[in-house]
Design a protein around this ligand. Structure first.
Ligand code: GSH
Length: 220
């Protein structure tokens, strides 16, 4: 059975879990990282020398890097749906996944750390404003794409929707003045109808550091 290591509140574990939920395959998830630790043992470092989450073991095949895991699982278990069969359609889905990881993830994670994972008295409002403005510009690009298509890589739901969809859900749950975009909002509403999104993305992750830490451990 597929084994997954990582605390579920991690921004990199969440899209892997959502993928697994979409696939409907059996899995076991082992809490690791953050307050659970366990990522610096020789056994763990053998699986991922970076000591990071997530890692999977699929019947003896070990893989780290969340995006690689999502592409692998989609190609193995959902070719023609999550992983488009046509090479160019696959490349477009991959392109948006890369755009997310190389361009959106930085300001998104920066904002989450600055808002949710920083004690209220210590928050840097200038930094929050600037990261939020950076995200606003990126949301314009995504909104333009979603004006043309119902989903990120075209007219059907693919792996391209997963990392972006989860991060943008979290963005709209954070206590910041949100940049709303009509096509992004409509896409998010479509995602919220998916049972795997409801289970693996739509859970509370906390509005401040104390809540973040408490909710992380509640999942133990
Ligand atoms: N590029 C890697 C990044 C992995 C990563 O940085 N994971 C973070 C959690 S989101 C981590 O392991 N942090 C240390 C910890 O949680 O103990 C991926 O996408 O899988």
């Amino acid at each position: 059975m597929l084994q997954i290591w990582g605390r579920r509140n991690s921004n990199n574990v969440m899209p892997v879990m959502w993928t697994v939920g979409e696939l409907g395959i059996e899995f076991e998830r082992h809490n690791a990282g953050g307050s659970f630790g366990g990522v610096d043992t020789p056994e763990y470092l053998e699986m991922n020398p970076n000591g990071k989450i997530p890692v999977i073991n699929d019947d003896g095949f070990v893989l780290f890097e969340s995006q690689a895991i999502i592409r692998y699982l989609s190609t193995k278990y959902a070719k023609g749906t999550l992983a488009p069969e046509d090479p160019q359609a696959f490349a477009i889905a991959d392109q948006w996944m890369e755009w997310y990881k190389t361009t959106v993830f930085g300001p998104f994670l920066g904002l989450l750390i600055a808002v949710v994972r920083t004690e209220e008295g210590k928050r840097d409002q200038g930094r929050i404003f600037s990261l939020n403005a950076d995200l606003g510009g990126l949301l314009d690009i995504l909104d333009e794409q979603l004006a043309k298509h119902e989903y990120v890589a075209g007219d059907t739901f693919t792996m391209a929707d997963i990392p972006l969809g989860g991060a943008i859900y979290r963005y709209y749950e954070m206590a910041v003045p949100h940049h709303k975009r009509p096509h992004i909002q409509a896409w998010q509403e479509r995602l919220k109808e998916r049972p795997a999104f409801q289970t693996h993305v739509m859970f509370p992750f906390g509005r401040n550091l104390a809540e973040w830490n408490a909710l992380e451990q509640q999942d133990a």
